[in-house]
Design a protein around this ligand. Structure first.
Ligand SMILES: [Zn+2]
Length: 77
């Protein structure tokens, strides 16, 4: 299984912020505690962002689900 590193900081700032805030920690059993030291990688065609829980410091992993046709995808005339 190969893991390919990607650059988290290439994402738009607001997207980075969202990923940093929207977390699930298995240790704390709580959502949205936040993470630090984010690292993005691709594994088996799926993209993950891994960081450290702001509360307990344990690793938290978020899978990136690329939304197609999000709400800001509006046609402009
Ligand atoms: Zn935690």
């Amino acid at each position: 299984m190969t893991r390919e590193m990607r650059d988290f900081y290439l994402r738009p700032e607001e997207e980075q912020q969202a990923f940093l805030e929207q977390t699930w920690c298995n240790e704390c059993m709580e959502v949205d505690l936040g993470m630090k030291n984010p690292k993005e990688y691709e594994e088996n065609g799926r993209v993950f962002i891994e960081g450290d829980c702001l509360k307990c410091g344990n690793p938290v992993v978020t899978e990136v689900v690329d939304g197609v046709d999000e709400e800001d995808d509006l046609e402009e005339f």
